[in-house]
Design a protein around this ligand. Structure first.
Ligand code: PBG
Length: 331
């Protein structure tokens, strides 16, 4: 029989495992991973987060052990999120400014025990406010400039406790510039800023709000400061501002539903661009796998490969330790 094609057979390169590996365009490595972990007061405490199978809130002593594990696996950065005791939450989120707060204690303990790992912190007021918003609330309005002043203070407190990367996730206007100036004035010119640049008002944060205890208390929603899911050009303007104000790295959040934004930002700006595979994305893959509807390992690895293909330089993901183990085992 005469061949039906004269040359272009795309399947030739796909025939064997070695060939598929040879022509693969993007690769996921452990260096791409940022592992978000939750901390809680107490000792020897390890509370499961019901909506995030395999995720726990660890007391500081056990968070140190998690950090040791991360370092052993070669994960470059941990991102810390506190579950603040409800008694310590108030209208103004004042606990965010306490140099002895949970995040600061965790930063100091991990820095002392595992100096080789990078530590990132979330700058926003939501784990500390009684109303669950990221900023100061007056009536039903989130005050911008007053909030920014407090976020600058929060950033300095975190930097003083050992944060290497400040991650403002609040979406107030002008906060990157103000935080950069505040950090520099306080002598922290080497502390990096990863801006939550395109952070959308998303339904996919539900399990995270369980983990930090804001789901039940959140009054209303966050649509007056987080981005509208229908927008893409607006992400460009946000990135222009964050970079002009001094962001070292930018981030898109959530991840998989917003890969188009990751692609646009990474191509337009050519700066380190990250994606946050958020709690709801993690929960969905687990839930489907638990029902036998998805192959857990393959769905997890494919979801992460997609971020690299979209142009992300790295991914914040709750899968980080599991993925790092797989990569180490040569999967
Ligand atoms: C809040 C913050 C949120 C997440 C990270 N920082 C939630 C929110 O904006 O309500 C979500 C992360 C996730 O869902 O995994 N400043």
């Amino acid at each position: 029989m005469e061949p039906i094609l004269a040359g272009r057979r795309m399947r030739r390169n796909r025939r064997t495992d070695w060939s598929r590996r040879l022509v693969r365009e993007t690769h996921l490595t452990v260096d791409d991973l940022i592992w978000p972990i939750f901390v809680v007061d107490g000792e020897g405490r390890r509370d499961a987060v019901a909506s995030m199978p395999g995720v726990f809130r660890h007391s500081v002593d056990l968070a140190v052990a998690e950090a040791e594990k991360a370092a052993r696996l070669g994960i470059p950065v941990l991102a810390l999120f506190p579950y603040t005791d409800p008694d310590l939450r108030d209208e103004n989120g004042s606990e965010a400014l306490n140099p002895e707060n949970l995040v600061c204690r965790a930063l100091r303990a991990i820095k002392a025990a595992v100096p080789s790992i990078g530590l990132m912190t979330d700058v926003a007021l939501d784990p500390y406010t009684s109303h669950g918003h990221d900023g100061l609330l007056a009536g039903d309005t989130i005050l911008n400039d007053e909030t920014v002043a407090q976020l600058v203070h929060q950033s300095i407190v975190q930097a003083e406790a050992g944060a290497d990367i400040i991650g403002p996730s609040d979406m107030m206007d002008g906060r990157i510039g103000a935080i950069r100036a505040g950090l520099d004035r306080a002598g922290h010119m080497d502390v990096q800023i990863m801006a939550y640049t395109a952070k959308y008002a998303s339904a996919f944060y539900g399990p995270f709000r369980d983990a930090v205890g804001t789901n039940k208390t959140l009054r209303g929603d966050k649509r007056t400061y987080q981005m509208d899911p229908g927008n893409s050009d607006e992400a460009i303007r946000e990135a222009e501002l964050d970079l002009a104000e001094g962001a070292d790295m930018i981030m898109v959040k959530p991840g998989m539903p917003y890969l188009d934004i990751v692609r646009r930002l990474s191509e337009t700006f050519a700066v380190p661009t990250f994606a946050y595979q958020v709690s709801g994305e993690y929960a969905m893959i687990h839930a489907a796998a638990m029902n036998g509807w998805l192959d857990f390992d393959r769905a997890m690895m494919e979801s992460l490969a997609a971020f690299k293909r979209a142009g992300a330089d790295g991914i914040l993901t709750y899968f980080a330790p599991v993925v790092a183990e797989r990569l180490k085992a040569g999967a």
